[in-house]
Ligand binder design. Structure first.
Ligand code: PLP
Length: 384
């Protein structure tokens, strides 16, 4: 395999890549095989694609590990699959989880519908709430999303890491919105890092995948759960993710620059009541973002004046930007949390979570910023 050293853009292109020997392919091939000829020596490894040790998986894992700067990483079939195996590798019946209350819908579903049936309870802590007070002797996991969807609040990981360590729990961070190039949770004490690679890491809205990263023994435990529960990443999808990672650094550079420009423009617009963007001084966690993050990120949330009806009207008038769930791709997408991720909550509860009426979430792509602003300008304009 090629050298995994160098800066992160270099690692994104080269880590886990093929050796530069004459005649060798420049790009790792897809090993589209479910099984492998046996190594019959006494300590020979069993290679089988569901075990996550297809060579395509291993090269991808090396690239992910090099980007996350952890001892190990594992790519699986989806972000939800990654969260499932990460959690199940840490808890058993009778154990308890403490989690931030603002979580991805799929994670919330897992914690409220599935894990209780297995005898695993979760206490949810509001943003800025009493995490220590929520801990029990049987708490095994402290779980948080950084940044939080869709308000892009940033929870300081340091006190949570310290709390988890002191109480013998593991600290898990879902850093999907950040990616390892904007924010590296392991540096701030995360034991396990989970990503939906469907988003920025794949980056083209064409592959569903997830990542678990961390210390080698913890990732090995997660891999045991992968083997048991089976959310393996298909080799072709693994190869697409590897390809996506090569351009991660340049995509993020453009997305973050565009997002900053769009957020700055939106904040001055009369039809916009509020902009949530960690890269702007108006964001409550701007100082923390500057300390922990590389940039303000590629997500921009706004509150349109006139409530949800006005927001729907703006969405329906956009021409270049289209309405779709998900994020992190090269194309700019908009979604309305009240209709998608937070549809099951009452309007009052949404406001408690910071999702005011008229809230729209933009995932900014790599288009020309002027075109994005032009589209927003015509959509926000008064008139029929
Ligand atoms: C999308 C998402 C997930 C789930 O990922 P899938 O790839 O859709 O399974 C988990 N966490 C966050 C923060 C997400 O945005």
């Amino acid at each position: 395999m090629s050298d995994a050293r160098g800066g992160e853009s270099t690692r994104a292109v080269h880590a886990g890549g093929p050796a530069a020997t004459p005649g060798n392919a420049v790009v790792n091939p897809i090993v589209q095989s479910a099984t492998f000829h046996s190594d019959l020596s006494p300590d020979g490894e069993v290679r089988y694609t569901r075990y996550g040790n297809n060579p395509t998986h291993e090269r991808l894992a090396e690239r992910l590990r090099a980007l996350e700067e952890t001892e190990a990483a594992l790519a699986v079939a989806s972000g939800n699959g990654a969260m499932t195996i990460a959690l199940l590798s840490c808890v058993q019946a009778g154990d308890h989880i403490v989690a931030g209350e603002a979580l991805y819908g799929g994670t919330l579903r897992l914690l409220t519908r599935e894990l209780p049936r297995l005898g695993i309870e979760t206490t949810f802590v509001p943003y800025g709430g009493d995490w220590a007070g929520a801990m029990r002797p049987e708490t095994r996991v402290v779980l948080v999303e950084i940044p939080v969807n869709p308000t892009l609040r940033i929870q300081d990981p340091r006190p949570l890491a310290a709390l988890a360590r002191e109480r013998g729990a593991r600290f898990i961070v879902d850093a999907t919105f950040a990616t390892p190039l904007r924010f590296r949770p392991a540096v701030w004490g995360a034991d396990l890092i989970v990503h939906s690679a469907t988003k920025y890491m794949g980056g083209h809205s064409d592959v569903t995948a997830g990542v678990v990263a961390g210390r080698a023994e913890l990732v090995a435990e997660a891999r045991e759960k992968l083997i048991s529960f089976g959310p393996v990443l298909d080799p072709h999808a693994a190869w697409l993710l590897e390809r996506g990672l090569k351009t991660l650094a340049v995509r993020l550079e453009r997305q973050d620059r565009n997002a900053h420009e769009v957020a700055t423009w939106l904040e001055r617009h009369a039809a916009v009541a509020r902009v949530h963007y960690p890269g702007l001084p108006s964001h409550p966690d701007h100082a923390l973002a500057r300390e922990l993050f590389r940039s303000g990120g590629g997500m921009v949330s706004v509150v349109v004046r006139g409530g949800d009806d006005a927001a729907v009207r703006v969405m329906s008038r956009l021409r270049l930007i289209s309405a779709a769930p998900s994020l992190g791709g090269v194309e700019t997408l908009v979604s309305m949390p009240a209709m998608t991720s937070h549809a099951s909550l009452s309007a009052e509860r949404r406001v408690e979570l910071g999702i005011d009426a008229g809230f729209l979430r933009f995932s900014i792509g790599i288009e020309d910023a002027a075109d994005l602003i032009g589209d927003l300008e015509q959509a926000l304009a008064e008139g029929p």
